[in-house]
Write a protein that binds this ligand. Structure first.
Ligand SMILES: Cc1ncc(COP(=O)(O)O)c(C=O)c1O
Length: 439
C-alpha cells in the first residue's frame, strides 16, 4: 500500500528484513488509538514507547509548539537561556522529591543516563573521591544505547559486540516467576537476594571504588517487573551505608506511570539523581532530563575553576524552547486532568483487575502489575523460547491492539488518559488474540 521507498530509513531496534516483507505503518493517532494506513484503528496499550501518557494528538500541545516555533524557534543553550526552559525546569522541580531541584535537559533517555553517570562521576571527583569510579547496576536493566548506558544495562543483546565501560557489576534481575508469580503490585521476594549481592560486590571491589548504583525503580524493557517489597528502601540504605550515590532511571516510570509523578515519590525513596525522557512532554518533541540534588550541583560548582563552565557537557538541543513549550503544555494537562495520580486510583484498580483476569488464558505463567503498567508472561510450550511473544504481538496488532513483546512476556503501559471502557476493549482484543494463537 505504501507509495514510499522502505529501503533508506534504517529503523532502530527493528528486524528490518522482516519489516520490508510485512511493513507496519501508522499514519495518524488520536486519544488512545493509532491508525494504520488502511484506516484500521489500533488501541495503543504501549503509549507509544511509554511516551504518550497524555494520549495522542492533544491540540493544546500542538498549539503551544506552533506558537513557540513562530515566537522563538531556537536559541543556543550554551551560555544563553530562553524562558520556556527555565519555566519548565521550575514546573518539573515542583513535582520532584524534596532536595532534588536541579534539571539538566537532554534530548533522550539515553543521553539522560550518560549525563547522570557523568554527573555522578564528576561529583565524586569534586569531593576528592575520584577513586570512586565503578558503577553497580542490574541484570535485565535497560538504560538506553549510549556507551555509558550500554555498559550499565543488563540485557545481553544490547551489549553484545559493542564497546563497553569495564567498571560495572550487576545485581540479579528482579524477575522471579518461580517465587513471585501472580503478585498484585510489589512482589514479596527479592530484596534479600539483592542486598546479599550488593554486599558481595562491595566486599569484592571496596566501597572506595564505587561511584553509584543505577536502577530502574520498576524494570521496564526487562519485562515490566515491579520492585519487591522493601527493595528500593534497602537499596537506599545500602548506598548510604557505603557512601554510594543512588540513581533512579525514571525514563519510563516518570510522569505518572506508577500512581505518583515519579516512582521515587510513589515508593517513598529519594535517590540522588534521576533520569527522565519520553512522557516528559507527552512524547511530542524529543526531550530528556536529569534531575539532581542541589547539594550535588553545589559540590561540582564549588570545585570548578572560575571563568569556565562547571560541567563540560551538553547537547545542542538541550532544553530547546519548542520541547520546553510542549513540556509546559503537557504539564498543564497532567495537572488539570489528575494524570500523575490516576494510576493509583480507580483506573489503576480496574487495570489491575482486568490484567489479573488474564490468568485463565492458555499457557499464562505470570501476571504482574503496578500503577498503569502490566505484563502477562507465557510459557512458550512447543515453540522455541521467545518466539511465542512475537506471534501474540502480531496477532494483537492484526486484531487492533498494540502491546509490546519482550521475549514471551507481553508488556503493557497504556496512556494514562485511557478510559475504563478502552481498558475493557483492550481485554477483549487481547484475549481474542491469545486464544487465536494458542487455541
Ligand atoms: C529505563 C530507560 N532508560 C533509558 C531509556 C532510553 O531512552 P531513549 O530511547 O529516549 O534514548 C529507556 C528507553 O526505553 C528506558 O526505558
Amino acid at each position: 500500500m505504501s507509495d514510499f521507498n522502505l529501503d533508506n530509513w534504517w529503523q532502530p531496534f527493528t528486524n528490518v528484513r522482516a519489516f520490508r516483507d510485512n511493513p507496519r505503518i501508522f499514519t495518524r493517532a488520536e486519544g488512545s488509538f493509532l491508525y494504520k494506513e488502511d484506516g484500521q484503528e489500533v488501541l495503543d496499550i504501549t503509549a507509544g514507547l511509554w511516551c504518550c501518557n497524555i494520549g495522542h494528538g492533544r491540540r493544546e500541545v500542538a498549539d503551544a509548539v506552533h506558537k513557540q516555533l513562530m515566537e522563538l524557534d531556537y536559541a543556543p543553550p550554551f551560555q544563553f537561556g530562553t524562558p520556556p526552559a527555565f519555566q519548565f525546569a521550575e514546573r518539573i522541580a515542583g513535582h520532584l522529591p524534596e532536595g532534588i531541584n536541579r534539571v539538566f535537559f537532554t534530548n533522550s533517555g539515553s543521553e539522560a543516563v550518560d549525563t547522570a553517570l557523568k554527573i555522578a562521576h564528576l561529583y565524586q571527583f569534586a569531593r576528592g573521591k575520584g577513586g570512586k569510579s565503578r558503577f553497580i547496576s542490574r541484570e535485565q536493566g535497560y538504560h538506553g544505547v549510549n556507551v555509558g548506558g550500554t555498559s550499565v544495562q543488563g540485557l545481553p543483546n544490547n551489549r553484545h559486540g559493542f564497546p563497553l565501560l569495564q567498571e560495572v557489576d550487576f545485581l540479579p534481575g528482579m524477575l522471579d516467576i518461580a517465587r513471585n508469580a501472580f503478585s498484585r503490585g510489589c512482589p514479596e521476594h527479592g530484596t534479600e537476594r539483592m542486598a546479599q549481592a550488593f554486599e558481595q560486590i562491595v566486599a569484592m571491589r571496596g566501597a572506595d571504588s564505587i561511584c553509584a548504583l543505577i536502577i530502574e525503580p520498576v524494570s521496564g524493557a526487562g519485562g515490566m517487573v515491579p520492585p519487591p517489597v522493601g527493595y528500593l528502601q534497602k537499596a537506599r540504605e545500602l548506598c548510604d551505608q557505603h557512601d554510594i550515590l543512588l540513581i533512579f532511571d525514571e525514563v519510563i516510570t516518570g510522569f505518572g506511570r506508577t500512581g505518583s509523578a515519579f516512582a521515587a515519590t510513589e515508593f517513598g525513596v529519594t535517590p540522588d539523581i534521576m533520569t527522565s525522557a519520553k512522557a516528559i512532554n507527552g512524547g511530542t518533541v524529543p526531550m530528556g532530563g536529569v534531575f539532581v540534588k542541589d547539594e550535588i550541583q553545589q559540590a561540582i560548582f564549588d570545585s570548578a575553576p572560575a571563568g569556565v563552565p562547571e560541567f563540560f557537557h551538553g547537547n545542542t538541543y538541550a532544553g530547546t524552547p519548542v520541547a520546553a513549550a510542549a513540556g509546559l503544555a503537557s504539564m498543564d494537562i497532567y495537572e488539570r486532568e489528575g494524570l500523575f495520580t490516576c494510576a493509583g486510583g480507580a483506573k489503576g484498580e480496574h487495570w489491575a483487575d482486568t490484567l489479573h483476569a488474564m490468568r485463565d488464558l492458555p499457557q499464562v505463567i505470570d501476571v504482574r502489575n503496578y500503577g498503569l503498567l502490566g505484563a502477562v508472561s507465557f510459557d512458550s510450550g512447543d515453540l522455541p523460547a521467545k518466539s511465542l511473544g512475537p506471534k501474540i504481538h502480531q496477532r494483537c496488532y492484526d486484531n487492533g491492539v498494540l502491546c509490546r513483546a519482550v521475549g514471551d512476556h507481553m508488556v503493557m503501559s497504556p496512556p494514562l488518559s485511557i478510559s475504563e471502557g478502552e481498558i475493557d476493549l483492550f481485554a477483549e482484543r487481547f484475549r481474542k488474540s491469545v486464544n487465536e494463537v494458542l487455541g
